[in-house]
Design a protein around this ligand. Structure first.
Ligand code: PLP
Length: 451
């Protein structure tokens, strides 16, 4: 009994408030304590081994036991464990990382700003949108448009951009100046008889209507994940970004690509923007930037934005923004090593070589009685679970079908996460073909046992 009282599970329940967890159920269920990582697997406290079908949280691109990243952190800790970047201070790994990122950028970019999380990167991007429009003498151009079901983070500003009700409800969000437009999911929102391209035109027309209703002179920026990941792996319909970008150009609205999940190879291109022909003014990134071995995020801004920041400094003085850990030496050293590994091991080439199998196995589940829609691109995909395949009738909110499927998956040695009624796959990019087969074989058994 004493051992039980002192167990990690009991101490967790006693002391930890968990992110994104039902706080009430947690008091009864307790945690799942993970003890160790090995390649694409993690091992829990009882020695059970699980294939990580979501790469942790869409981030552990190199799996859970990459020694080069451990050594990079250790080397940097010995040399210079911390220094900051305020007041023009700098250090080598941050400089080298910024240089590499600018070279990797899919569109010409001018400067890199470092932060610690995806939410902070998006917050910073929002502040820059406002700062920029003040600098160029358009102080009324401040509203930012995001999309229903988008996920951009959880700080007050980035949670406001996020278009999921659970992130707003009872947090008194969203803040003002933030607007949401249509989610481009064809399966749910496409009309009977409409083609995907017609649907894309309708989404674009709806965006334009919103801009005109609000007044184009008040709209500063449009935020978009190239492929909406957490909202349910929503792949934009063909011609969507072409049409959206034409409207943004017409009304002089900045485009911000949130590459927190798509960045660094997830879609088989270095950035998701390349996959969809996006030409953003700002790119935000995190997660696979360091393969999740250190918390770090960044944003790249183009010359037009940087010139405005310089002009503001001439006018009002210091750029009044920055985090203690912006460009942290250990985090930047690990990110730099991550990018070197991506290049030396040709991770993009590996992703492209396994994507056909990944997508074939994913799409084969379209036949499953529980699966209404299958969506995916590159090495990310989801199964939208429905009560009735023919009518697309969704499960009732309380049914928790994806949670149930997730529990069955866990029993078969697979960890994924329920995102609405979606059963999702976003494994480490290093996953091999036999491991992909194993992940789908086990997940299929779990789905067969769901309801
Ligand atoms: N943007 C996107 C597209 C994300 O998926 C996430 C997190 O999942 C974030 C931003 C927020 O990142 P973080 O959790 O590091 O704050």
């Amino acid at each position: 009994m004493t051992a039980l009282l002192n167990s990690l599970e009991a101490r967790d329940t006693a002391f930890v408030l968990h992110p994104y967890t039902n706080a009430s159920q947690h008091l009864e269920n307790g945690p799942m304590v993970i003890a160790k990582g090995e390649g694409v697997y993690v091992i829990d406290n009882d020695g059970n081994r699980y294939i990580e079908a979501l790469g942790g949280l869409f981030c552990a691109s190199l799996g859970f036991s990459e020694p080069r990243l451990v050594e990079a952190a250790y080397r940097q800790m010995k040399e210079l464990p911390f220094y900051h970047s305020f007041g023009g201070k700098s250090h080598e790994t941050a400089i080298e990382l910024a240089e590499r990122l600018i070279k990797l950028s899919p569109v010409p970019m001018s400067k890199v700003f470092f932060a610690n999380s995806g939410s902070e990167a998006n917050d910073t991007a929002m502040k820059l949108v406002w700062y920029y429009h003040n600098a160029i003498g358009k102080p009324e151009k401040k509203k930012i448009i995001s999309r229903n079901r988008a996920y951009h983070g959880v700080t007050i500003a980035s949670a406001s951009l996020t278009g999921l009700p659970n992130n707003h409800r009872d947090f008194d969000l969203p803040i003002d100046r933030i607007l949401h437009t249509d989610c481009p999911e064809f399966y749910r929102y496409g009309h009977e008889g409409e083609t995907e391209e017609e649907f894309a035109s309708r989404c674009a027309a709806s965006l334009e209507r919103l801009i005109l209703e609000e007044g184009p002179e008040t709209i500063g920026a449009f935020f978009a994940e190239p492929l909406m990941a957490s909202g349910g792996c929503i792949v934009p319909p063909p011609t969507y970004y072409e049409k959206i970008q034409a409207i943004l150009a017409r009304y002089d609205i900045l485009l911000i690509a949130d590459e927190v999940i798509c960045g660094f190879g997830r879609l088989g291109t270095m950035f998701g923007s390349e996959s969809f022909g996006m030409k953003p003014d700002i790119i935000t990134m995190a997660k696979q930037l360091s393969a999740a071995y250190q918390p770090i995020s960044a944003l790249m801004i183009n010359a037009k934005l940087h010139e405005a920041v310089v002009a503001e400094s001439q006018k009002i003085g210091t750029f009044g923004h920055g985090f203690t850990y912006s460009g942290h030496p250990v985090a930047t050293a690990v990110a730099l090593e991550t990018l070197k590994i991506y290049e030396e091991r040709d991770i993009l080439g590996h992703v492209r070589s396994v994507v056909p199998l990944f997508q074939r196995r994913l799409n084969a589940l379209r036949e499953h009685p529980l699966v209404g829609d299958v969506r995916g691109r590159g090495m990310i995909g989801t199964l939208e679970l429905v009560r009735n395949k023919a009518t697309k009738e969704a499960f009732k909110p309380g049914d928790g079908v994806a949670i149930h499927a997730g529990k069955r998956a866990q029993a078969h040695g697979v960890i994924t996460r329920a995102l609405g009624d979606n059963f999702s796959f976003c494994p480490p990019l290093i996953m091999t073909e036999p491991e992909i087969d194993e992940m789908f074989d086990r997940s299929t058994k779990a789905l067969d046992e769901t309801y």
